[in-house]
Write a protein that binds this ligand. Structure first.
Ligand code: LCS
Length: 388
């Protein structure tokens, strides 16, 4: 089946009991046992069954298996947020005294988790530029337990070669985890390129409507079982209703992504010709350093773009304060177009030196292009840029 069909039908069937086409929301904390022995058998794993929603729930499990299917892998697990998914992957793969390698251009919250929180548990992170494969290879140590990348990366849209990173990871027997939030499996499936784990903030394109927070991890059954063993004790589970909203949003992922991509391409082309814009960052532009690689590993280029305005931070602020249709807000992947300033918002956890190190300029403005008419969005940006 093509991915569009899998998005609509994959893993889902009308409810056996009632024929309901939309999946039921099992909005319950706990599940009754037939008798004490039944409870004991389900707890010991002797018999399959639901126990308690933190350990498993039919609505949440449906979403997990659907994401696994879309990511071309065996199993999945849902978390309360993207960051919870990331923490749980790290907690499953690494322990005190061990080490992970991460690309230096990642969501600011993930960066803070790796830089500030993991050391409290004795886990050290080396940040490198994974677009430079020699840097990646030489950062790997005897005690490295995980390689973590985002591609396209938040917020600069840097593209990293998943297949080449996977070769390096495999040679050292270290799992490669790709945060696939920006692309979604509609545009890119990291596991098909050799990655071991695909990870998502469901808050973004999966949900698609800006109304939930959630995370997901997909990978081999064996790994997801280990993740579940650790994750059920950490307790980052999500709610059945949130899972249901993601299942609902997900149905339109293919058509939404097409429109996000088309709108972003038009806006990137428009901005790249604007005399008040210094540089546009969009992997769909042939001038983008990762364009050829993006063409190879993605089917289209996504809905995220960034740009530096001539005049730096102050000029960037004027643009953000002048837009009328775009909303000044973090998050991304919503139907609404969102505009933000990474250096002072999503990536404010980076020091000035760290921002410079991964090419986030002080005036860099990020847009999550929504589903409005591109003509209206361009008109909005035009009037905002004219205020500089
Ligand atoms: N991974 C990526 C690539 C992200 O962009 C985010 C959030 C996360 C993980 C964390 O997911 P969450 O826990 O929020 O569900 N990115 C955000 C952003 O760029 N603006 O606001 C949140």
């Amino acid at each position: 089946m093509d991915i569009e069909t899998k998005i609509v039908h994959g893993g889902q069937h009308p409810d056996k009991m009632t024929g309901a086409v939309a999946p039921p929301i099992y909005q319950t904390s706990t599940f009754a046992f037939r008798d004490a022995d039944h409870g004991a058998r389900v707890f010991s794993g002797e018999e399959e069954g639901y126990i308690y929603t933190r350990l498993g729930n039919p609505t949440i499990d449906l979403l997990a298996s659907k994401i696994a299917l879309l990511e071309s892998t065996e199993a999945g697990m849902i978390f309360s947020s993207g960051l919870s998914a990331i923490f749980n992957v790290v907690a499953t793969t690494a322990k005190t005294g061990e080490h992970i390698v991460s690309d230096n251009t990642i969501y600011g919250g993930t960066f803070a988790l790796f830089k500030n929180v993991l050391p409290r548990f004795g886990i050290e992170t080396t940040f490198i530029d994974a677009a430079n494969l020699d840097e990646l290879s030489s950062a790997i140590r005897e005690n490295t337990r995980l390689i973590f990348i985002e591609t396209p990366a938040n917020p600069t849209l840097k593209i990293i070669d998943i297949a080449r990173c996977a070769e390096i990871a495999r040679a050292k027997n270290i799992p490669l985890c790709v945060d696939n939030t920006f692309a979604t499996p509609y545009l890119q499936r990291p596991i098909e390129h050799g990655a071991d784990i695909a990870l998502h903030s469901l808050t973004k394109y999966f949900g698609g409507h800006g109304d939930i927070i959630g995370g997901a991890v997909a990978g081999k059954k064996e790994f997801i079982k280990e993740l579940w063993e650790i994750g059920k004790e950490i307790g980052g589970s999500n709610s059945p209703f949130n899972a249901w909203l993601v299942l609902r949003g997900l149905k339109t992922l293919a058509v939404r992504m097409e429109k996000h991509c088309d709108n972003a391409m038009e806006i990137a082309e428009y901005l790249s010709k604007h005399n008040k814009v210094e540089k546009v960052y969009y992997p769909g532009l042939p001038t983008h350093s990762g364009h050829d690689l993006a063409k190879k590993q993605m089917s289209k280029f996504g809905g995220m773009i960034g740009f530096d305005v001539k005049g730096g931070k102050e000029a960037g602020k004027i643009v953000m304060n002048s837009v009328k249709l775009c909303i000044i807000a973090v998050s991304l992947g919503d139907v609404d177009t969102l505009i933000e300033h990474p250096a002072s918002m999503t990536h404010s956890t980076y020091s000035d030196e760290e921002l410079r190190g991964c090419g986030i300029n002080p005036g860099y403005v990020r847009i999550s292009v929504g589903l409005e008419s591109s003509k209206d969005l361009i008109a909005d940006l035009e009037q905002a840029l004219s205020k500089i």
